[in-house]
Every structure is written in structure tokens, then in C-alpha cells.
Design a protein around this ligand. Structure first.
Ligand SMILES: [Ca+2]
Length: 619
């Protein structure tokens, strides 16, 4: 049966490709399929009779990839593709014979892949407080989106600033050895007996570069005991920031500010307090799928490859691990802390809406990734090589924007270029815009990163000067501004460890302002942290940052800071074993022509440059 249908496809689709009137046809196209939310999987997948689901198109592609003589293009027509589980692409879905399988938006149309479910049948719950409620069935989630805007998980003190995430309570301190306790001002706990679901209340703490979330087990006086495993995590009291800013999250008793929501898991009821600007009926989406596109080969020797995803919008991914494990991560929203070894547990990466593992020559280009529950786009493990992540808009992201969590010598040749990453770390504030671990030969070029609470670009993942698989990190022509909105110990660009051949060049970093809730660690334009050596920092412009460079945490030597331009102090700390030459302090905004050229050329090129929406849809 399938064989007969496939033969039919070949005839229909070949003739479509060579018909001049057919729009969007790539010269090398041999076959094409069409998908539309209004289509049917009983259709043949032509433009006139498109499929309905991407998975059916994928399966149809898999049946013909063995005979590819040109690219196969799957056109996604506009509309929302609601998915209930990840769409998985593996080696069977890959291009062959040197050709690619391309999933792309029809020109001028917006296909949206959504992992969200609409929450309907809202009822007025409390007229005086303007709180509505709805049944959610078996959905579990930590975010909602109301009339397109991210809601606020009920908390106290209320959120008054969407960059720093304040208000905070101050004066907290993690005490003792594991199991760790949190000592707070007793006045803030005077009502805790009234919290009806104490076991689901999270304490969210800020400590220098880290955010920590831990669930309450019990309260005794002014001491909070946490549940396991977070009570045992060594991250809990590592380099504590004095006064530890913190808030309490996720109790119905905290539901008192506009835009706040609370999910009662005992009755499967969602409560939401209307914003002044909300209109009825409410359009509420709750995320339900952790990874939307899971591009994953079976092993490093059986990788997914030669796939392209273009012009697709991905939104409303979910991530609920902190509900049962808390959030205990050493640095930058990468991996959970392994309680047995105190090290990173690379088997537990934080997931992404669009995720790569065991992949080669996969391209994600001109896509939009927005309103996620964890990372936006990430290569999460194993071998990922020769992939191109370009010209995407990654916005309103709970954790990091674009992450390459790779530690393998074969994970070479990846490029992250011309992307705009903004409003990252919306829930996990210690996230970076772009992060690369220990992958060799990677290029991070012409990206714009803006509006984050921690570092813009972070590369390297060793705290010493030993050899690792990290080498030849090319970080150039990036435009980075308004990062470090909350934390300290970071900057526009931050790097760790020995990375031979690393070049940080032609970047324009500006307007990084220290938060009132940071600790006293360094914030600077370019930050070469522990283990940094043999890195070249050249031809960058750093404007309006409290320190241009930081390169003092040992071991730290033989880095070269040459020919940069800055209007603030040159360095907070600079180890004498580094080389500092030919840098220019600029006063009264009299930037030399060489600096102006760097400022103009940094960021996404041409049409890839995206206007700054100033976060009107983000909370
Ligand atoms: Ca509140």
C-alpha cells in the first residue's frame, strides 16, 4: 500500500518541481511536500492537498531519502501546528547523496510549532480580587502565557522590575553543612503556617552568578529546611553572596498582584489574577511539551544529518524538572550538580525547545524561538558538528538562548551567526545569551545579545589551565548590551579555561549596568576568568561599563589585550602575567574612526538585524 502511494508521490511531486509557476522552488529541488494545519494526512502532500502534520511529512520524506537526486523541501504553510509530544528527527530523516531535507516556511507565511495547550472555560473565582480559575486536567507547567504575555508564577514579594526580577527580601544566609538550611529574618515568616501547600513553595535565591531554587521541607523559627535533593546540593552554600536576595514562589496565598498565576496540583485548577490590560475572554496557553523539535541521532556513529529548518516559529515549550528536583546548577544554567561527586552531571542537561544531539550538518536558520520553559536552541550532548545556527530570533526565554553544551573533540565546526538573542533568563536568571562549553573550532559571529540578567556570551568550561577539547573559539563582531541586569561575576563576554587559538575581536559591548541586587564581584565588558590563557582580545569597543576587562582569577596568564577602545576604567583586576598593549581610553565620546567602524559592523548583518521591541510582550 505505502509503496504504491510513494510511486504516486514521485510522479506528482517531480512535475510540481519543474513547473515554473510553482512558487519557492529551489533549483536543486527534486521533491517537495506541503503541510498546512488545515490539511489532512490522507492527502498526497501537494500544495493543493497538503498534509496536516509535520510528523506525517517527516515519515513521507523518510520513505524516499534513499533515492535523493536533489533536495527534498517540505513547505510549512502558515498557522499553528499544535504538538503533544516532541517531533523527533533521526538519521532516517536525513538528507542523503549530498542533498538536504529542508523544512521551511512558505514565503510570507508564519508556521508556528507550539507545545502549548489552550486553557479554556475560565470562571470568575474572586470578583473582589479579580481572580479567575479554570480546570487544567493533567497538565503540569511552570509558565503560562495570557493574551500573548508571560504570566508571573505567584510570589512574594511581588515583581516590580522585569530586568532584576525584584522585589527581593534581603538578609538571608545559607548555613552549615548539608543538609543546608536557609536563615532568614523572622518577620518574613510570620504567616508561613497559612501557606496551604508548603511542600510546593520554592525559595528562589540569588548568589553572585547563580540562581538557586529549593523547595521547603519545614520551617523552624527563622530556619528553613529544604527538601532533598536540593538540601544536599553543594551549590547551595558555594560562595554565598552576603544578604542573599530571595523571594518565595508558588503558593495561592501569594496570588495578589496583577498577572500572577497559581496552579493548584491537588485540584488541577489554574488561578490567574487579571492584569488591567487583559481582555475577556482570556486566551491562556500552558506549555506541555518539553522539547518541540528533537533532532537526535541514535549514537555518535549514527547521526542525524543534512537537515535544514528555516523560517519556523517555535513556542511554548515546557520544563518541570525543578518541581521535583529544585534548581541547583553550578553555573550558567548548564547542567545539574551531581550530589555524589559535587561535579556537573552532564547526563542532565537543561533541555531546549529546539534540541540537537548526535547531529552533523544541521541548519537552523531564520527561525523564531520564543516563550520557552528552558533553553531556546541547544546542542545538549554527544557529538554535534558542522551545524549552523543563523539569523534566528530567540526571545522571551526562561533559561539560555543558544547553548552548545558539548565536550567532545569531534564536535567541531559549529557556527552561531547573525542571531538576535534577547530577554533570556526570564525564569532562570543565571542563564547566558549564547554559551559554548568545550567544543573545538566554533565561530560565534555577528550576533546581537541584549536584555539579559547574566553574561551575554560565555565560552569554555574549565576552571584551570589544563588542556581540554576547547580550542579556536572565534568570538567576533557581536553586539552585546544591557546584559548583567541582575547578577555579578560576568560581563558582555565571559570565558573560562585554556582555549588555545581563542580570539575575541571586533565586538561592541555597551551599557552594562550593575544591579542593586548583585554581590561585589566583577562586572565588565570582557571577563577572562579562571584558567584563562593564550587568548587574544583585540579590536573591541567597550562603552559604558564599570570596568573594561577582568582577568585576575588564577591561573590567568599570557592573554593579550591589544588595540581595544574603552571609555571606562581599563580593568577591575588584571593579572601581571597578561599582556596589555595599545588600548585607547576615549573621553567625551570622541571615538576614533577605527572604533566607529567596529561599532557599526558589530551585530547581525543587513536584513538579519532585528529591531528592539523593548520587551513589551515579555514579563
Ligand atoms: Ca504576589
Amino acid at each position: 500500500m505505502y509503496r504504491v502511494i510513494n510511486i504516486c508521490f514521485f510522479g506528482i511531486l517531480f512535475s510540481s518541481c519543474v513547473t515554473p509557476m510553482f512558487h519557492d522552488v529551489d533549483p536543486a529541488c527534486t521533491f517537495e511536500f506541503h503541510v498546512a494545519p488545515t490539511g489532512s494526512d490522507k492527502n498526497p502532500g501537494t500544495e493543493a492537498k497538503p498534509f496536516q502534520t509535520i510528523t506525517h511529512a517527516r515519515d513521507s520524506v523518510a520513505k524516499i531519502t534513499g533515492k535523493m537526486t536533489g533536495d527534498i523541501v517540505v513547505y510549512l504553510h502558515g498557522g499553528t501546528y499544535e504538538i503533544s509530544e516532541p517531533v523527533v528527527f533521526d538519521s532516517n530523516d536525513s538528507g542523503t547523496n549530498g542533498h538536504k531535507v529542508i523544512y521551511k516556511a512558505v514565503t510570507g507565511q508564519t508556521p508556528i510549532v507550539s507545545g502549548g495547550k489552550a486553557i479554556k472555560n475560565w470562571q470568575l473565582h474572586d470578583k473582589e480580587k479579580n481572580i479567575y480559575k479554570a480546570a487544567v486536567g493533567d497538565l503540569t507547567f511552570r509558565q503560562i502565557y495570557v493574551n500573548g504575555v508571560r504570566g508571573i508564577r505567584a510570589r512574594t514579594p511581588n515583581r516590580t522590575n522585569e530586568v532584576t526580577l525584584e522585589g527581593y527580601l534581603l538578609g538571608g544566609a545559607v548555613t552549615g553543612k548539608a543538609p543546608y538550611q536557609f536563615k532568614v529574618n523572622p518577620a518574613e515568616l510570620k504567616c508561613w503556617e497559612t501557606w496551604s501547600n508548603l511542600a510546593e513553595v520554592e525559595v528562589v535565591m540569588v548568589s553572585h552568578w547563580k540562581q538557586k531554587r529549593a523547595r521547603i521541607a519545614s520551617i523552624a523559627g527563622n530556619l528553613i529546611n529544604f527538601q532533598e535533593p536540593e538540601s544536599l546540593a553543594p551549590t547551595m552554600n558555594h560562595l554565598e553572596q552576603g544578604g542573599t536576595p530571595h523571594w518565595y514562589e508558588n503558593a495561592v496565598e501569594f496570588l495578589d498582584a496583577e498577572g500572577e498565576f497559581y496552579l493548584d496540583t491537588k485540584t488541577d485548577t489554574l488561578f490567574y489574577k487579571l492584569r488591567t490590560e487583559d481582555t475577556l475572554p482570556l486566551e491562556v496557553i500552558a506549555p506541555s511539551v518539553e522539547t518541540l523539535f528533537d533532532i537526535r541521532g541514535a549514537s555518535s556513529s549514527n547521526r542525524v544529518h543534512d537537515l535544514v529548518f528555516e523560517g519556523i516559529t517555535f513556542q511554548h515549550s515546557n520544563w518541570t524538572r525543578p518541581n521535583t528536583q529544585g534548581y541547583q546548577v553550578w553555573q550558567s544554567a548548564t547542567w545539574y550538580c551531581n550530589l555524589n561527586t559535587s561535579a556537573l552531571d552532564s547526563s542532565i542537561p537543561i533541555p531546549a525547545a529546539v534540541q540537537l544531539a548526535n547531529a552533523d550538518k544541521v541548519e537552523i536558520r531564520s527561525c523564531t524561538v520564543r516563550q520557552t520553559g528552558a533553553h531556546g536552541i541547544a546542542a545538549v550532548k554527544d557529538v554535534v558538528s558542522n551545524c549552523l545556527i543563523s539569523a534566528n530570533l530567540v526571545t522571551d526565554i526562561a533559561a539560555g538562548g543558544i547553548y552548545l553544551l558539548l565536550n567532545d573533540a569531534q564536535s567541531t565546526g559549529n557556527k552561531v551567526v547573525d542571531n538576535t538573542v534577547e530577554y533570556y533568563g526570564m525564569c532562570y536568571s543565571d542563564s547566558c545569551g549564547i554559551l559554548v562549553a568545550r567544543t573545538p573550532d566554533v565561530a560565534i559571529l555577528h550576533n546581537e545579545i541584549r536584555h539579559g540578567r547574566y553574561t551575554g556570551i560565555s565560552t569554555g568550561w574549565s576552571w584551570d589551565d589544563k588542556e581540554s577539547t576547547a580550542r579556536n573559539h572565534d568570538v567576533g563582531y557581536n553586539l552585546i548590551h544591557r546584559t548583567m541586569g541582575l547578577h555579578d561575576d560576568g560581563g558582555g563576554i565571559y570565558t573560562l579555561g585554556k582555549i588555545p587559538g581563542m580570539k575575541i575581536h571586533d565586538n561592541y559591548i555597551h551599557d552594562i549596568v550593575r544591579s542593586a541586587f548583585s554581590g561585589n564581584y566583577g562586572i565588565c565588558g570582557i571577563y577572562l576568568d579562571n584558567g584563562s590563557c593564550f587568548k587574544l582580545v583585540q579590536d573591541n569597543v567597550i562603552e559604558n561599563v564599570e570596568a573594561t576587562f577582568f582577568s585576575g582569577n588564577k591561573p590567568n596568564y599570557k592573554n593579550t589585550f591589544d588595540r581595544n577602545y574603552h571609555n571606562g576604567p581599563l580593568a577591575k583586576i588584571m593579572d601581571k602575567a597578561n599582556i596589555v598593549t595599545n588600548n585607547t581610553l576615549v573621553v567625551d565620546s570622541k571615538w576614533p574612526a577605527e572604533a566607529v567602524k567596529i561599532m557599526k559592523e558589530a551585530g547581525p548583518r543587513g536584513a538579519y538585524r532585528r529591531p528592539d521591541t523593548s520587551g513589551k510582550s515579555q514579563r
